[in-house]
Structures are given as structure tokens and as C-alpha cells.
Design a protein around this ligand. Structure first.
Ligand code: SF4
Ligand code: SF4
Length: 123
């Protein structure tokens, strides 16, 4: 074995690993990381701009469950994270700041329905 390789091995044996034991340990995510969406139905004006600008057709404007329609009578964005490329154009275009991408990227699931973000959950 070449001396250079041996030196490299010894250097790495005594240095801190570059990786962490995810999911037990997590690294700090930069605040501008683009992850899962956060939606505020109370400020949304149902203009549909987010759905129109989405390049992946990941946003559909839908009605809320019938028991909430009196309070929220229009249509609101439903995001399919399975189609999303996290470009954040929906956030940029929203005139009310109602849709924002958060730092949460941890949404691995076995159930495809879990990747759908509904505008509001039935009470
Ligand atoms: S981040 Fe981009 S791809 Fe994802 S829902 Fe928004 S506009 Fe569509
Ligand atoms: S989230 Fe914003 S862009 Fe989308 S419908 Fe509501 S107000 Fe319009």
C-alpha cells in the first residue's frame, strides 16, 4: 500500500464523520431550503395564480369539505408533493403570501395519498 493512502486512512480514522445517523440525528436545514408547503386558507383570495403558474401541474383548485363550505365558499389550492419540483413559483406569485415553502423535506411515505396537501382538513 502506498504511504499516501495509509496517511489518508489514518487522518480519516481520527476525524469527525461527514455523515449523520439520519433519522436519529439531523443536520440544520438552511432557512431558504424549499420543502413542504404551508398554506393559510384565511388569507387566500382563491385567485388561482399559484395553480396557473405551476410548471408541473401539481396544484389543483378544489372545494373544501361540505361542512366547511359556508366559511370557505370558493376553491383553494391542493398541492400534490409527488408532482412538485419545489421551484417555489407558487410562493413567488401569490399576492397574499398565503402559500409558502417550509424547510421540511422529510415526507417519505408508503401511502401516495400522504403526499397530497389539502387546503383545509375537515373539522
Ligand atoms: S413549488 Fe413549483 S412545482 Fe411545486 S407546487 Fe409550487 S409552483 Fe408547483
Ligand atoms: S394561495 Fe395565493 S396564489 Fe394561490 S389561490 Fe390563494 S391567494 Fe391565489
Amino acid at each position: 500500500m502506498k504511504l499516501g493512502i495509509v496517511i489518508e486512512i489514518f487522518k480519516n480514522v481520527f476525524t469527525k464523520p461527514m455523515t449523520v445517523l439520519f433519522p436519529f440525528e439531523r443536520i440544520e436545514i438552511p432557512e431558504r431550503n424549499r420543502g413542504e408547503h404551508e398554506f393559510n386558507i384565511d388569507t387566500c383570495i382563491s385567485c388561482g395564480a399559484c395553480a396557473r403558474i405551476c410548471p408541473n401541474l401539481a396544484i389543483k383548485m378544489i372545494e373544501v369539505p361540505s361542512e366547511l363550505r359556508e366559511k370557505y365558499p370558493k376553491t383553494y389550492p391542493q398541492v400534490d408533493l409527488g408532482k412538485c419540483c419545489f421551484c417555489a413559483l407558487c410562493e413567488d406569485i401569490c399576492p397574499k403570501g398565503s402559500i409558502k415553502l417550509t424547510t421540511n423535506f422529510y415526507f417519505a411515505t408508503f401511502d401516495k395519498d400522504d403526499t397530497i396537501l389539502y387546503p383545509v382538513k375537515a373539522e
